[in-house]
Design a protein around this ligand. Structure first.
Ligand code: ADP
Ligand code: MG
Length: 257
């Protein structure tokens, strides 16, 4: 090889993705292209309705794309011939709220997918679950039902559940948005730890301070378009687009940063 080292193959690649909810509806994602390198964190920022959740849901194969493609480790997962279940097993997803099944204990919530989908034995699934619960500070919650946990504990348990299948990629959609402010920190610190361990993550967030600290790449979406993309320092420190500057100014003025 000559010159600079080749960039590693992205874990996730959005290639000119277009998506509309319905045939005659306006597109919600317009030609979105984005690469997520291994062991990096990408933060999706942008106003409500800009398309962050849709982008994550498309990557998780919870929505179909209308045009373009999404690649996971080089495989076109939007190809109709791709095995969607096999793809979903490689991706962990955590949403804003209501992640855990209320009628199951925390432990059963976490071991469900490894046992049912990945055919891991109960003993092995429980061992891995307890190890993760311990790491995320929830060792004593294994036998509790979700409604006995605080919101922050529930979100940490939801992260444990996503990690239980040893995903290649974690998608986190506004996972602190429904939490009381005093509970946000404990969840964000888990994300920070996962980053330190090398987990590849894409997260939609309104926590700009956090995005600035933790993200390797920040992507500002506006009306379904990647308006600006760069390192956290570039996008937050020296945004080049007027729309990015206006968005960040609005957030600063609202005191949410
Ligand atoms: P964000 O997560 O940035 O707030 P979303 O991806 O949720 O943005 O939404 C982008 C746009 O798509 C919005 O205009 C929203 O109203 C619309 N939208 C999202 N989900 C659906 C749906 N299931 N059906 C129709 N429109 C939707
Ligand atoms: Mg959203």
């Amino acid at each position: 090889m000559t010159g600079s080292a080749a960039a590693p193959e992205p874990v996730l690649r959005f290639d000119s993705v277009r998506k509309a909810y319905g045939k005659d509806a306006p597109p919600v994602l317009r030609d979105v292209s984005l690469d997520v390198a291994p062991h990096t964190v990408t933060a999706l920022i942008g106003a409500s309705g800009s398309g962050k959740s849709t982008l994550l849901r498309c990557a998780a194969l919870l929505e179909d794309v209308d045009d373009g493609a999404i690649h996971l480790d080089g495989q076109d997962i939007t190809d109709p011939r791709a095995d969607a279940d096999a793809v979903r097993r490689r991706i962990g997803v955590v949403f804003q709220a209501y992640n855990l099944f209320p009628h199951m204990t925390v432990l059963d919530n976490i071991t469900l997918a490894p046992r049912r989908v990945h055919r891991v034995s109960r003993a092995e699934a429980e061992e891995r679950a307890r190890e993760l619960l311990e790491r995320l500070g929830l060792a004593d919650k294994a036998g509790d039902y979700p409604d006995r946990l605080s919101g922050g504990q529930q979100q940490r348990a939801a992260i444990v559940r996503a990690l239980a299948v040893r995903p290649r990629l974690l998608l986190l959609d506004e996972i602190t948005a429904a939490l009381d402010p005093e509970l946000v920190g404990e969840v964000l610190s888990v994300v920070r730890d996962l980053k330190d361990e090398g987990m590849t993550m894409v997260l939609a967030t309104h926590e700009m301070g956090f995005a600035r600290q933790v993200a390797d790449q920040v992507c500002f979406l506006d009306g379904g378009v990647v308006c600006e993309r760069g390192t956290a320092e570039e996008v937050f420190g020296t945004p080049t687009q007027e729309r990015t500057r206006r968005f960040l100014a609005r957030i600063t003025e609202s005191g949410r940063w």
